[in-house]
Structures are given as C-alpha cells and as structure tokens.
Design a protein around this ligand. Structure first.
Ligand code: SF4
Length: 358
C-alpha cells in the first residue's frame, strides 16, 4: 500500500492505494494544500517525480528534511512493485511483471532497436475484448489501471535502463480506449515539458477500433499518434477474429479514421497481424490496398506470434508475397518482426501466468 496514512488519503485526493507518481501538477497542488505545504512545493515534487524520477523521498534535496520524513512515513512514490524480470537471449528485450496493490499482475516490455528504446505499456488488468489471437484475452477482464499504475510502468522501466526511453506504445495488456481518460492523462504526463518530456509523436496509443473514443480523440485534437489494430480487410473476417468488430464495423471504423486524418492531418498507423490461412492471402492484400487507398497512413504487418491457440504464423514466403502486393500501395508498409517472442513479450503474447483466469 502506497499512502500509509488513511487520514492523509481521506483529506487529499489521493487514494489510499496509490503513490504520488501519476499525479498531475494540479493534483500535486491540491495535495500540498491539503497537507499544509506551500504551492511551490507541488512544483518541487513534480520535478523530483518526473524530471529526476527519484525512487526515494530522501533524494528530494530541496524539500525540507522534516517534510521528506513526513512523506516517507505517510506516502509512497510508486504504486507498483516489480515481481519478475525476464530478458531475451540477445538482451534486446526485457519483460517486467508488476504486482498491483490489490494482488493483480500486469506486464510491460522494454525493447532496444537501433537507437530506439521503446516501452510497451499495459492499460488494463486483462481485457474483455476477446480477440481470438491474443493471449491477454484468455485472462478475462479484471479492472482498469490507474494513471499512477500506467506511469509507474514507465518510471520503473526507465529506472533500470541506462539509456533514455525514446518511445512509448500503449499496446500492452488491455484496450487503451476502454480506459480512455486515464490513458490520455498518462500520455500527457509522459509528454509534460517540465517533467518526462517525451515528444507527443513518440507516444502511440493503439486501439482495436472503439469508434466513439476515436471520435473523442479527434475532437480533443490529441497530438499523440493513433494506431488501429485492423487485422482484416473485410468485415466477416474481422468479425471472426475480433468480436468487437460487430459493434464497430469496418466501414464505420475506416470513416472515423479518415475523419481523424482530415481533422488533425496526423497519419494513422494500421496494425495488421498476419494469420496463416485467415487474412494472409492475395485477395486480403488487394482489398487492404483498396480499402485504405486515399488515406495517408502507415501499415505495419506483424507476423503472428503463436500462443497456445488455433492460429499459426504464415510461412516467410507467404509473408513476403503479401508484402509485395502492397509495395506499390500509396502508403508506407513495414513488416514488424516482433521482438522478445522467446520470452513471450511479442505483440499479442502478454498474459500473466500469476493472474487467476476468469
Ligand atoms: S488484442 Fe488488445 S484489445 Fe484484443 S483482446 Fe488482446 S489486449 Fe484486448
């Protein structure tokens, strides 16, 4: 438990289960007001939490010793605790298993690729959307993560990484747009110029296509990158592998994404997991070009990372043939060979063995 003093929790807007990390500057101002500290103390706390990312109140050297001691007694910095760490054989990928205050488990992944250090963050404990190819779906849904629990994944990963994290993707466990406000709040904390200061275009929020949330994201003119997990170029196939497509059909989804581009001029990314015999044939490729023709975008092809399920990764020849059919398409195409598949840290492979299944 992070905030040890329940009187403090009752008096401030801190839950008695959360640490200070995850609070915005406005939240910290309110916190300082409640605990009778001057307003500028909030700015000091913000600096230590997000610019310096300290692990200990004692490191906050411009904060009076008496208040540091009080914080150490009555509050905490982080909400999550690290439970297990797995590193891939080549050292490029690290998967961290975190435990929440209420005994849930979530996973996050850190990947090195060239000069980039990317972290993939979870937004929910489990997921209710039941995409047929995804390990997280098999856990069922437990609850949304708080802003603090989302930010903590970043802070705790950065703390053990020598190089600065350059990119964040919200593509871990859960559907980010079903926890919209907290995910967007966490993205703003990552982007805060006086704090973590990660560029908005280095932060990607990925969704399976929750249309009202895409429209809200558009209306709010959020500057973070938007990725859509498409995975099929026709409604029957999409519906078969992603049941949520029944609620949010492909034509309406593509219309919402097109409106997003028209309003923001930000190019969306479409993720397309290639599944053998399901969506990897020539017709699917040609239809894909046809469906998103005219929409400036990027397409990431992701050869499927197998879990214990019915789906298989296509052969390298099939992947190549599919990719070739997209070569002359008017959008950028990349094949993303997931990193960390040996430690089950690839796309669609995150699921914690510690979490009880529903
Ligand atoms: S792919 Fe994403 S949205 Fe679909 S079940 Fe997995 S975690 Fe949920």
């Amino acid at each position: 438990m992070a905030t040890k003093n329940t009187n403090l929790a009752n008096k401030s807007n801190l839950s008695d289960k959360s640490g200070l990390a995850g609070l915005s500057l406005a939240d910290l101002v309110e916190f300082c007001r409640v605990v009778d500290q001057p307003r500028y103390r909030a700015e000091q706390l913000y600096y230590w939490l997000y610019t310096k990312q300290v692990a200990d109140f004692d490191a906050m050297t411009n904060i009076p010793k008496s208040f540091r001691a009080w914080l150490a007694e009555n509050a905490a910095i982080n909400s999550l605790t690290q439970h297990r760490l797995t590193v891939s054989d080549d050292g490029s990928t690290t998967k961290l298993l975190f435990q929440t205050h209420d005994g849930n488990f979530i996973e996050s992944v850190l990947m090195h690729e060239g000069g980039r250090v990317t972290v993939c963050l979870s937004t929910q404990v489990g997921c209710k959307l039941d995409c047929q190819f995804c390990a997280t779906a098999q856990m069922g849904f437990h609850r949304n993560l708080s802003v603090g629990e989302i930010i903590d994944q970043f802070l705790l990963l950065q703390r053990r990484e020598r190089r600065r994290i350059t990119n964040v993707v919200f593509m871990g466990m859960g559907e980010p747009f079903l926890n919209y406000q907290r995910v967007v709040d966490a993205a703003h904390l990552l982007n805060g110029q006086d704090g973590i200061n990660l560029g908005a275009r280095k932060i990607t929020i990925s969704t399976v296509g929750i249309i009202p949330a895409i429209r809200r994201f558009t209306a709010e003119r959020q500057r973070f990158k938007l990725a859509i997990s498409l995975n099929a170029s026709d409604q029957p196939t999409r519906q078969r592998i992603m049941p949520i497509a029944r609620e949010f059909p492909l034509p309406e989804l593509l219309a919402a994404v097109s409106d997003y581009y028209q309003a923001t001029r930000n190019r969306p990314t479409f993720e397309y997991v290639l599944l053998a015999g399901i969506n990897d044939d020539a017709d699917s490729a040609r239809r894909l070009v046809d469906k998103i023709d005219g929409l400036p975008c990027k397409v990431n092809l992701i050869p499927y990372n197998e879990i214990n399920g019915p789906y298989r990764r296509p052969t390298d020849d099939t992947i190549e043939a599919f990719t070739e059919l997209l070569y002359n398409a008017p959008f950028t195409v990349t094949v993303r060979w997931s990193k960390g598949t040996g430690i089950k840290a690839g796309c669609g492979q995150l699921a914690t063995e510690n979490q009880p299944r529903d």
